[in-house]
Design a protein around this ligand. Structure first.
Ligand SMILES: [Zn+2]
Length: 282
């Protein structure tokens, strides 16, 4: 479909934003033209780390998010699965979604290719009470929130600082203990059992996108786990877009600005006509 927007309303976010009220799970992307495609590459390349690139890219590409503005703050407040979901949608709209993956068998070391349909991958829905989870441990009730983009950015920035990242992250997620709000909760003194309980409850509560697929090796039949890159769209380059601009400018003598203002689908329609006129297609 050449990345054209679907007419149907998109499936809602796996999680959504509460903003202090009811959860809103709607979103819409801006109409895609060359200027937006170029802007997306620029914001991604200027980011210090992946979570910041994801936030910048989504804040640029979205027209609306969860009943409001797609500001960087609101994009960063989305849970991890929502951010992965939106990046996969963006990848689909940009027409760069990877459907063929290469893998090496763990047992016989054969190289093989497998085809995946990203839209058919399973999604684990959010648990009831999302985005908050309760853990009762040793007579105390802890209220936690599921990790979001802010936490991913924080992890990316502190991981080199020698902090026990998993424990420090869990401490960030504690919002209250026995109903009393917490700030700068210190979880470092709590035993491992507490972290196991917290991990389990957060895993149950948070929605999740598939980031792995099982594939049988065609040579020996071994089931292999193949990683699926949730942020593959960050790796796209401008080369194809600039080739398109070059071809249209050479043929029609339009300016770069005019060509970049064309909706992506229209740009490709003209390129097909140029190809057809040259006898390369149809
Ligand atoms: Zn094999």
């Amino acid at each position: 479909m050449d990345g054209q927007p679907r007419n149907l309303a998109p499936d809602p976010l796996p999680g959504g934003l509460a903003d202090g009220g009811a959860l809103a799970r709607d979103y819409a992307f801006r109409p895609l033209d060359g200027a937006l495609e170029l802007a997306l590459s620029n914001v991604a390349s200027q980011a210090r780390h992946t979570p910041q690139a994801v936030t910048a890219m989504l804040a640029s590409a979205l027209a609306s998010l969860a009943g409001g503005e797609p500001s960087p703050d609101r994009v960063a407040a989305l849970c991890v699965a929502d951010r992965q979901w939106l990046m996969r949608e963006l990848e689909r709209i940009l027409g760069t979604q990877q459907r063929w993956l290469s893998a090496t068998c763990d047992v016989c070391r054969s190289r093989f290719d497998l085809q995946i349909d990203p839209a058919a991958l399973p999604i684990k829905p959010a648990g009831s009470g999302f985005p908050q989870a309760r853990v009762t441990w040793d007579g105390h009730e802890y209220l936690l929130r599921v990790p979001c983009g802010l936490d991913q950015a924080w992890l990316a920035e502190t991981q080199d600082a020698g902090v026990d990242a998993a424990r420090a992250l869990a401490a960030r997620l504690v919002q209250s203990v026995d109903g009393a709000l917490t700030q700068d909760f210190d979880a470092m003194q709590l035993p491992d059992d507490w972290f196991v309980a917290v991990d389990q409850v957060l895993d149950d509560m948070a929605p999740a996108m598939a980031t792995k697929a099982l594939a049988a090796c065609p040579e020996c039949g071994q089931a292999n786990t193949v990683a699926l890159e949730p942020y593959g769209v960050l790796a796209r380059s401008d080369t194809e877009l600039l080739d398109d601009v070059h071809c249209l400018a050479s043929h029609y003598h339009w300016s770069e600005r005019e060509i970049l203002a064309l909706p992506r689908a229209r740009r490709h329609d003209y390129l097909r006509r140029i190809d057809a006129a040259r006898g390369l297609a149809q």
